[in-house]
Design a protein around this ligand. Structure first.
Ligand code: N6E
Length: 181
């Protein structure tokens, strides 16, 4: 079992946009997870709330406004064999949006039917927790990777909404962590 207390936590958001029976996902053109298909998200900035970070990242990466439609659905942790970082990812579901999707420098938005999601081109953890998200559940989990394609071990459970909706994160935004060290 991985000792998570020894790792440096960094705070991220991830937002999945749903419209009818489709999800809007993005092809990641650069940076972490390049060439994978994922929801929209990124690092929470210093002094920013997690929900505001989620809305900002969706706007930057897809041009859409989800400020009226997001709700928190999950809390995921990712660690990587041989690395000392623990990614703390706050997952949001947006049922609808305002605006028109547009390609950004980072992401190319694509609609995918829920019945045939492109799991082979997504992070390996996604096929494990998307079914909970799509069933309307809230969830919490940890995934320990070897490289970027193999999940060595994981935990995942459905939780009551109160367990993931606390306004306070489990850690401080990345910049604060840097300032403290
Ligand atoms: C390991 N398994 C994983 N499964 C599903 N999603 C994962 C993930 N690991 C990272 N993610 C998401 O990938 C984005 C990275 O964000 P990332 O591009 O690094 O952030 P940001 O946009 O701030 O980057 P720049 O510093 O501007 O390049 C962010 O949504 C984060 O939640």
């Amino acid at each position: 079992m991985v000792d998570l207390s020894q790792l440096v936590r960094k705070l991220y958001t991830l937002t999945i946009i749903k419209h009818g029976e489709k999800l809007l996902l993005g092809f990641k053109k650069r940076g972490f997870g390049q060439n994978k298909i994922n929801g929209f998200g990124g690092k929470v900035e210093s002094g920013e709330s997690i929900a505001n970070a989620a809305v900002r990242e969706v706007d930057e990466e897809s041009g859409l406004d989800v400020s009226r439609t997001i709700r928190k659905v999950g809390l995921l942790e990712f660690s990587f064999e041989g690395e000392n970082t623990l990614m703390e990812v706050h997952v949001f579901l947006a049922d609808g949006f305002a605006g028109q999707p547009r390609e950004s420098e980072e992401m190319r938005p694509e609609w995918h039917p829920i019945s045939s999601l492109p799991y082979d081109r997504m992070w390996a953890d996604d096929r494990l927790w998307y079914p909970l998200l799509l069933a309307g559940a809230c969830f919490r989990g940890h995934f320990h990777f070897k490289g970027h394609d193999t999940v060595l071990e994981h935990t995942l459970r459905e939780v009551p909404v109160q367990e993931i909706s606390a306004p306070e994160p489990l850690c401080l935004p990345t910049d604060n962590l840097t300032q403290q060290s």
